[in-house]
Design a protein around this ligand. Structure first.
Ligand code: PRP
Length: 187
């Protein structure tokens, strides 16, 4: 399928967004330490940049979640395909996502983590697509509210491509057939 990329969020705006998020997190967890759990693969760049701006003590870990559905949307069945390795019992935990879309993945994972008895568990997403929610979930720290467009770059992919781009781009599909249009609204 032919497509082109149009920049939506510049590296400078991402930088400002990271600075503001880090300031809030540093303030909220002042005097505490935090376990950051990055959700692979999309969160790997955001997590690295956010972690470097935190002044509180942090431990880092990663989880890989598979959410089954069609190409563009989760369907509600989530599985862990790579688990965290740290114990989170009694600790403050912040789950770091690149994007929350239907909310199915993060909602399931936050509930799952509660079973491991953390002191607190919250989530931080670079991008919140609130209008596409299918399950109620509050994202505690939101970098950007963006409701439309299929986005890539800064960790986000289209068929595993473009994760390495330093800005966030919208994928504009050319000569879109009706069935393919559904891709544009989702991740
Ligand atoms: C994306 C994103 C979230 C999830 C959000 O991951 O990183 O984990 O989808 O969608 P939801 O709110 O509709 O559940 P994806 O499955 O694309 O994997 P990736 O991070 O490896 O690209």
């Amino acid at each position: 399928m032919e497509y082109r990329l149009v920049e939506r969020i510049s590296p400078e705006r991402l930088e400002l967004c990271l600075k503001q998020l880090a300031e809030r997190i540093n303030r909220d967890y002042h005097g505490k330490s935090l376990v950051l759990i990055g959700v692979l693969k999309g969160a790997f760049i955001f997590m690295a940049d956010l972690a470097r701006r935190l002044s509180i003590p942090v431990q880092l870990d990663f989880v890989r979640l598979a959410s089954y559905g069609d190409r563009s949307e989760s369907c509600g069945s989530v599985q862990i395909t790579k688990d965290i390795e740290l114990s989170i019992e009694g600790k403050h935990v912040l789950v770091v996502e690149d994007i929350v879309d239907t909310g199915i993945t993060i909602s399931w994972y936050l509930e799952y983590l509660k079973g491991r008895c953390p002191e607190t568990v919250r989530c931080c997403a670079l991008i919140d697509k609130k209008e596409r929610r299918r399950v109620e979930v509050a994202v505690d720290y939101v970098g950007l509210n963006l409701d439309s467009g299929f986005l890539v770059g800064y960790g986000l992919d289209y068929s595993e491509k473009h994760r390495n781009l330093p800005a966030i781009y919208e994928v504009i599909f050319e000569d879109v057939a009706p069935r393919e249009k559904t891709l544009q609204g989702g991740r």
